[in-house]
Design a protein around this ligand. Structure first.
Ligand code: NAD
Length: 503
């Protein structure tokens, strides 16, 4: 067995459910593969719907005590979780690289994001504040308070197999909620290792069952979770297709869902932009993480006056970028997650050509072991159907424009609304892009690319991206229930709005 896996406590076959220790599971056995080599890393015995119910029941039992622990005390435990993650950062980062194929620095970056979320949540645990309001009635006081919500179900995509759970879990924990995680079957080992490290801290303090893990098939475990009234909040990250289904299932039981779905992100480059800055941002945004970020730059909208100078430099960058084993220094583009992803890449290339796009660089899979493709650049009309789709691969479509309003309209013309950026040295252009009539995305940046958000801001997008917000700012409010309290300390019973009801 690989040394990193062994150090993280993984075995050849691992149980796929945990709640206060590992459970005996009853589902099929699946393997997790290294997309760089195609080799199996280890296996997981999935949990069944019945195993899922055991985990939920334990989480509900844990909630009874956890919600009454003062929030700063919960924060202190989350602080220790951050310390534990720091101690395992290198190994966890390597495991992420081995399991999903992102660069080593990005694997470790994910763990750093979880550590940052823990630190953020510790401070937050003393700031879960409500407002006080002035009552219109004499001798009355009115205020709101935030109570823990209950069991939170977290469904994560393969491409951020560690950090996205942390965005949810660190907030959920300080807010007083048990958190049950259903990770992607493409990255179960990262989930097992992460759970083991974090749960050990909770167990040390007698809080077993507050964190749960269920690794199972969507058709039984996934469906059981999204339809379960014992789980008041489902936070789901993944494709728009998945989000549309989960959003409807949760709404049908009047539950709460927090959806973080697909993106189709554009960078606008104005003719007055610092083109060196823009070039680096486009190259990282479009080729980085092999195009497997929700915030990957998929569309480049260039002012027509700079296209002839900018595009040759971009083509050169595409042709020189080093593709290979993401654990090796100097490699900038690793593999796609699996053969299915390579086939979707190839289908998109074929569709783009059929629809009239002009291939400028890349366009093919890379032979050999692993699931490698060439980062690909097309010049394409911005209204081609393929340009409006999110293909989870490194494909960038370049279109040109003359007038900034036209560029903003192109930016907004797709169904997704996650991230967007403009490169410009014009104050007016930047402000126009950020105005009410500007970008319609949840994230809008100036002279920064579309990917690589910090945890301090609320992360998420509009339209088909689902409308959810996670991580910083006031995202914590999704994990709590608001209660408005009015107290009468007088001796009469005045009614609001002057209503009379004298018996
Ligand atoms: P996916 O939609 O195939 O799967 C996402 C998760 O949903 C997986 O864990 C899967 O098992 C689960 N799922 C699917 N059907 C389910 C069901 N019926 N019940 C319960 N769970 C179910 O997505 P993916 O291929 O893993 O990830 C890539 C997608 O995720 C891209 O579209 C990307 O843009 C998006 N994504 C979005 C964000 C964001 O924050 N907006 C972040 C990362 C990834």
């Amino acid at each position: 067995m690989n040394e990193v896996l062994a150090r993280l406590g993984l075995s050849e076959v691992n149980p796929g459910a945990a709640s206060g220790g590992w459970l005996e599971t009853h589902g099929r056995v699946v393997s997790s593969f290294n997309p760089t080599t195609g080799e199996a890393l280890a296996s997981v015995q999935l949990c069944s719907a019945a195993d899922y119910r055991t985990v939920v029941q334990r989480a509900q039992e844990a909630f009874v005590g956890w919600r009454m622990l003062p929030a700063p005390k919960r924060g202190e435990i989350v602080r220790e979780i951050g310390v534990a993650l720091r101690a395992h950062k290198a190994d966890l980062g390597s495991l992420i690289t081995m399991e999903v194929g992102k660069l080593r620095s990005e694997g470790e970056g994910e763990v750093q994001e979880a550590i940052d979320m823990a630190d953020f949540a510790v401070g937050l645990s003393r700031q879960l504040n409500g407002l006080t309001m002035h009552s219109e009635r004499p001798n009355h006081r009115m205020y709101e308070q935030w109570h823990p919500l209950g069991v939170v179900g977290v469904i994560t995509a393969f491409n951020f197999p560690h950090a996205v759970w942390a965005w949810n879990a660190m907030l959920g924990l300080v807010c007083g909620d048990p958190v049950i995680w259903k990770p992607s079957l493409k990255a179960p080992l990262t989930a097992i290792a992460t759970h083991q490290i974090c749960d050990a801290v909770l167990a040390r303090h007698g809080w077993s069952g507050v964190l749960g893990l269920v690794i199972g098939d969507d058709a039984d475990v996934g469906e059981a979770m999204i339809h379960d009234r014992a789980v008041p909040l489902i936070s789901a990250t993944g494709s728009c297709r998945m989000g549309r289904h989960i959003g409807q299932a949760v709404a049908a039981r009047l539950g709460r869902s927090l959806l973080e779905l697909g993106g189709n992100n554009a960078i606008i480059v104005n003719k007055d932009a610092d083109l060196d800055l823009a070039l680096r941002a486009v190259a990282f945004g479009a080729m980085g993480t092999s195009g497997e970020r929700c915030t990957t730059t998929r569309r480049l909208l260039l002012h027509e006056d700079i296209a002839d100078t900018f595009l040759p430099k971009l083509v050169a960058a595409y042709k020189s970028v080093r593709i290979g084993d993401p654990l090796q220094d100097g490699v900038l583009v690793g593999p796609l997650i699996d053969e299915g992803a390579v086939q979707l890449f190839e289908a998109a290339i074929a569709a783009a050509k059929t629809q009239g796009a002009e291939l400028l660089a890349g366009g093919a899979r890379v032979d050999g072991p692993g699931h490698f493709v060439q980062p690909t650049l097309f010049r394409a009309a911005s209204n081609l159907p393929i340009v409006h789709e999110e293909t989870f691969a490194p494909i960038l479509y370049v279109s040109t424009w003359r007038d900034l309003d036209e560029a903003i309209a192109m930016n907004n013309a797709v169904d997704q609304g996650l991230s967007s950026a403009i490169f410009t040295d014009s104050f007016r252009a930047a402000e126009r892009f950020l105005s009410h009539a500007g970008s319609d995305c949840g994230i809008a940046n100036v002279n920064i690319g579309t990917s690589g958000a910090e945890i301090g801001g609320a992360f998420g997008g509009e339209k088909d991206t689902g409308g959810g917000r996670e991580a910083g700012s006031d995202s914590w409010k999704s994990y709590m229930r608001r209660q408005t309290n009015t107290l009468n300390w007088g001796t009469t019973l005045p009614l609001a709005q002057g209503v009379k009801f004298d018996l």
